[in-house]
Design a protein around this ligand. Structure first.
Ligand code: NIG
Ligand code: FE
Length: 416
């Protein structure tokens, strides 16, 4: 193994990464050609056939990757990484026959994580989330979206978003925050959902946005979440402030949330098990990404597969994410999501890989991330100890990420 700078150390000048095999978007089969990649500062300055870099780049600090496969740094574009406690008891209840909706209506579900998150102090939330983040980083993840939504009051939503920002300072990972105040109705607003939406739109969102804590806004549009009309008010409030929007839509029922999100130019609609033709068409026209969450589908023992064929037919880009959360997807492996997307949703390996790279970046509006390796793009990539790109979706466990580079600096190195 060549000598490498310490993780997080910022290289001076230019670095030439030699003898990589970059898995191209849409890779199906066959050998990936050898290439070299030059990094200047945070970005890719040159990319081409091995040994062909112009003389100026040859003089740079060089690292020989010995023909290793390289992908863009993986992007987990939908997580609830910051949360207090766990809900293994509800898992047991569901195995005994209770439905996710039954548990939510009886005061469990999201609201039980709200109690735990309100009770936890900021450092505890930070330490717990850091472990989950490190598990993702060990799999080549260089960027992550983190939602609030287990606070449901101003102070706790702020606490969650501050933890998300701190995670991005504590580790070399790009963090995009999403305010999900409209995740569930807090108990103190029982029977007053519209009043709670007022609070979300008129108090929480402006305050948190003014504090620089909000990169995007999300809403859970569902029978056990918020109605179309309530969801629309959240989208209006966010777009009035110029914030990007997204939506948890059509997860447990068809409500028309995806089409509503399309009217507001949302970046993505997420889950989408019940998406219909009109919704898919609207998403395509609005240039949205469909974020599918196989971990939640699996963990809820759902049987209604998201309409992959419909998304393909309409040309809606598909992203994949962990949805890491204590209720429906206690998952900290994005690679396992690739495996599930292929086995449970019948996606191809190429679709799955694009789903955690370029399309995941699109779902984040490509702000600070690209998910593509090309000149001028951020130098975010993962180096893999595997022989075939298909292995990324094939193994269940034992991540084979040798190292990752984020914005030109080494962000993770395996000790295996
Ligand atoms: O993405 N669907 C709503 N939100 C989360 C689940 C939250 C929970 O149950 O704690 C999701 O699946
Ligand atoms: Fe979610």
């Amino acid at each position: 193994m060549p000598h490498l700078p310490e993780p997080g150390a910022r290289p001076h000048g230019c670095v030439l990464w030699k003898n990589l095999r970059i898995v191209p978007p849409g890779w199906r089969s066959g050998l990936v050609p050898l290439c070299d990649l030059a990094v200047e500062g945070l970005r890719i300055a040159w990319l081409g056939a091995a040994g062909q870099a112009p003389a100026g780049f040859q003089a740079a600090l060089q690292h020989d990757l010995g023909g290793a496969l390289v992908t863009p740094g993986l992007i987990d574009c939908h997580t609830h990484l910051v949360h207090g406690g766990q809900r293994a008891n509800e898992f047991a209840l569901r195995l005994a026959g209770a439905s996710y909706e039954d548990i939510a209506r009886q005061g469990g579900g999201i609201v039980s994580s709200v109690r735990a998150t309100r009770a936890a102090d900021e450092d505890t939330l930070f330490q717990q989330a850091l472990k989950r983040l490190d598990a993702l980083r060990a799999e080549g993840v260089t960027a992550i979206e983190i939602k609030s939504g287990y606070g449901l009051d101003l102070d706790t939503e702020r606490k969650m978003l501050r933890v998300a920002r701190r995670l991005g300072e504590a580790r070399p990972v790009t963090v995009r925050t999403t305010f999900l105040g409209a995740h569930a109705l807090p108990p103190e607003y029982a029977g007053r959902a519209d009043d709670y939406i007022d609070l979300v739109c008129n108090v929480m969102l402006p305050a948190l946005d003014d504090e620089g804590l909000v990169d995007a806004v999300d809403v859970f549009c569902e029978g056990i979440g918020f109605s179309l009309a309530q969801s629309e008010r959240v989208l209006q409030a966010a777009t009035r402030r110029g914030l990007a929007v997204k939506m948890h839509a059509e997860q447990l029922s068809l409500m028309g949330g995806a089409a509503l999100a399309a009217r507001y130019g949302a970046l993505s609609a997420d889950h989408l098990e019940w998406l219909d033709d009109a919704g898919a068409q609207a998403m395509r026209q609005a240039g949205m990404v469909a974020v599918l969450l196989p971990g939640a589908y699996y963990f809820l023992r759902d049987t209604h597969v998201p309409p992959i064929e419909l998304l393909r037919r309409h040309g809606v880009p598909i992203a994949l994410a962990t949805d890491c959360n204590p209720g429906t997807s206690p998952a900290t492996s994005l690679l396992l999501m690739l495996n599930m997307a292929c086995t449970l949703f019948r996606m191809t390996v190429a679709e799955a890989l694009d789903g955690v790279t370029c399309h995941a970046a699109d779902a984040l509006g490509c702000v600070g991330v690209s998910g593509r390796l090309a000149v001028g793009h951020p130098a975010d990539f993962a180096v893999w100890d595997i022989d075939s790109p298909a292995e990324l979706a094939y193994w269940m466990g034992l991540p084979r990420c040798r190292m990752s580079v984020r914005q030109g600096s080494i962000a993770f190195q395996s000790t295996r």
